[in-house]
Design a protein around this ligand. Structure first.
Ligand SMILES: Nc1ncnc2c1ncn2[C@@H]1O[C@H](COP(=O)(O)OP(=O)(O)OP(=O)(O)O)[C@@H](O)[C@H]1O
Ligand SMILES: [Mg+2]
Length: 322
């Protein structure tokens, strides 16, 4: 378990992390989301005691990081920057970490195997690709067989097979009862991985909610309908009290889960359908609306209109759950 209480970090005038309080629980994958510069990496560095909070407190299983004996056996982490000596081999890099944390030598081979680096274990890490570097970072995080794992943007630089692999790994670590905390700025990626979401923007907490709740609240469902007898279909739907909106290319959109009803009405009136497909609006859109107010680095496309209302008003306070 990781507990944050009023955690704050200032760099001069800049408030990178602003009064964050939340708990990361065991047995599930918790996604930590926010746009670029939201304060995710800064928060993770404070959890590991690499940065000192300006205010507030963070506890790992009830203790502060410096109070942990052999910390790699409590919490394993993959942070953004490559923090190893490029002249060492992958094996020696992990062996050094193991020896300074009271971890048996045999564990080095095990984790190299787990992350698929056995074949290059004796190669110097400076020749590693970005994806191999991420795998070595993950091996280091797993080395002490810790109950808590924290990954900062772990899929960066990984190919599709690697992304699938890390997703499966995180889920299986959580299923073993471990605490898994993983950051990303991609909602679509988290939707496939996380059970719980913590969303921040400009250092502040925007949402602390289960993924199921996030999907419930944000995924507008509708049915796409195409028919060569569109006008007749519109009449029939109208008579049945069903509101259809015409979008481009002669497609009709009907809100809610009414696919069966539309199909049956069409059959009764002998109307041909070319398409009847339930759809979900993307969670990426929902995430972008939630964080729109707090995005620091906008692209200048000239087309993206700013959100008319502050994000918190649109989304309500029901999100902040303890
Ligand atoms: N050492 C530092 N000195 C000054 N400002 C910093 C420092 N580290 C981070 N910041 C600022 O704090 C804010 C949060 O940065 P952080 O790296 O934590 O964001 P992030 O959510 O990890 O973003 P990304 O998705 O791009 O990785 C940014 O505005 C950043 O410029
Ligand atoms: Mg970061």
């Amino acid at each position: 378990m990781i507990e944050l209480e009023g955690l704050t970090k200032r760099y001069g005038e800049k408030v990178a992390v602003n009064n964050l309080s939340f708990t990361v629980r065991p047995g599930i994958v918790t996604g930590f989301l926010g746009p670029n510069g939201a304060g995710k990496s800064t928060t993770m560095r404070m959890i590991l005691g690499l940065d000192h909070p300006t205010a507030g407190d963070v506890r790992i299983d009830g203790k502060r990081y410096p109070q942990l004996k052999d910390p790699l056996t409590y919490i394993g982490a993959l942070l953004e920057a490559k923090a190893w000596h490029g002249g060492r081999t992958a094996y020696n890099h992990l062996l050094c970490l193991a020896q300074s944390n009271g971890i048996p030598r045999s564990r080095v081979r095990e984790v190299l195997e787990t992350v698929g680096l056995t074949a290059v274990a004796k190669k110097k890490t400076k020749g590693f690709s970005m994806g191999m570097g991420q795998r070595l970072g993950i091996a280091a995080a797993l080395l002490g067989d810790p109950r808590i794992l924290m990954f900062d943007e772990p899929v960066n630089g990984l190919d599709p097979e690697g992304i699938h692999w890390i997703r499966t790994l995180m889920k299986s670590l959580a299923a073993q009862g471990r605490t898994v905390f993983v950051s990303s700025h991609l909602m679509s990626e988290m939707a496939l991985t996380a059970d719980h979401l913590v969303v921040i923007g400009q250092g502040r907490l925007l949402a602390d909610t289960s993924m199921a709740d996030f999907i419930d609240r944000n995924s507008r469902s509708y049915v796409r309908v195409r028919s060569p007898q569109r006008e007749r279909l519109l009449d029939v739907l109208r008579q049945a009290g069903i509101v259809a909106v015409q979008s481009g290319d002669g497609v009709l959109e009907v809100d809610g889960g009414k696919a069966e009803q539309i199909g049956e009405l069409a059959a009764q009136h002998r109307i041909t359908l070319h398409e009847l497909s339930p759809q979900q609006a993307s969670l990426e859109e929902a995430f972008m609306r939630l964080t729109a107010e707090s995005v620091e680095y906008h692209a200048h496309s000239g087309t993206s209109a700013p959100s008319p209302e502050p994000a918190r008003q649109q989304w309500g306070d029901g999100w902040k759950r303890g």
